[in-house]
Design a protein around this ligand. Structure first.
Ligand SMILES: CC(C)(COP(=O)(O)OP(=O)(O)OC[C@H]1O[C@@H](n2cnc3c(N)ncnc32)[C@H](O)[C@@H]1OP(=O)(O)O)[C@@H](O)C(=O)NCCC(=O)NCCS
Length: 184
């Protein structure tokens, strides 16, 4: 992912998204959500986005989406930037205590549906080379590795870390993502 520099078929449909419902819903991210988002961001990353990164991203009109529980608490989120015929997934994050429950897949399902509705044929992203969990998620979702950005991410005293570029093609007409309660 890229914070504006760093930088998110269903695994469970294609291998594992959980059934819809479960009292979850998707809604757009707004500036009013940023306290909750930043709390999750700091819990999830060694090098989190800053509040300014989120503010700038929302102000730029990027698509910010929250996955929220029925009680209103934020479970996860994604931010994506639209290009001419592609979507750049900038940030995909699930709160640590909610991970491995299919929530990233729900967010990706929604993003894929959104892209298809707009006629966008490709989603791409950067991911840290060391982020084995995220790399596995994207591979299971059908993303392929298409490039490498050397020294793309900060890595503390160790210097910089490479990013893998991954890409998902969304052929026109593919319709394996179901309509569900999380769609909007
Ligand atoms: C990566 C991340 C978004 C995954 O969210 P999640 O809700 O836990 O993912 P899901 O439950 O939808 O996982 C679907 C599948 O992806 C793979 N996967 C996800 N996290 C994994 C992990 N930590 N290790 C190995 N495989 C993983 C598994 O195949 C998983 O299916 P399974 O649970 O049936 O084995 C989450 O771990 C996260 O927010 N991490 C910190 C932030 C981050 O790294 N974001 C991505 C930046 S590019």
């Amino acid at each position: 992912m890229s914070a504006p520099q760093r930088s998110p078929a269903s695994v469970r449909q294609r291998g594992g998204a959980a059934a819809p419902g479960h009292g979850l819903r998707l809604r757009p991210m707004t500036a009013a959500d940023l306290d909750a988002v930043i709390e999750i961001e700091h819990a999830a990353y060694g090098f989190p986005w800053t509040r300014g990164n989120f503010v700038d991203s929302l102000a730029a009109g990027h698509r910010g989406e929250l996955l929220v529980h029925a009680n209103g608490s934020v479970i996860g989120y994604c931010l994506a930037m639209r290009g001419v015929d592609e979507m750049h997934l900038l940030n995909l994050t699930v709160a640590p205590r909610h991970q491995r429950q299919g929530h990233a897949c729900r967010l990706l399902d929604a993003l894929e549906r959104h892209c298809r509705a707009l006629g966008i044929g490709r989603i791409w992203l950067e991911v840290r080379m060391s982020n084995a969990g995220a790399r596995r998620l994207y591979l299971r979702r059908g993303f392929v590795e298409t490039g490498l950005r050397r020294g793309y991410y900060p890595a503390g005293a160790a210097g910089r870390e490479d990013a893998l570029v991954m890409q998902l093609e969304l052929p026109a007409g593919r319709s394996d993502a179901p309509s569900d309660a999380l769609d909007r």
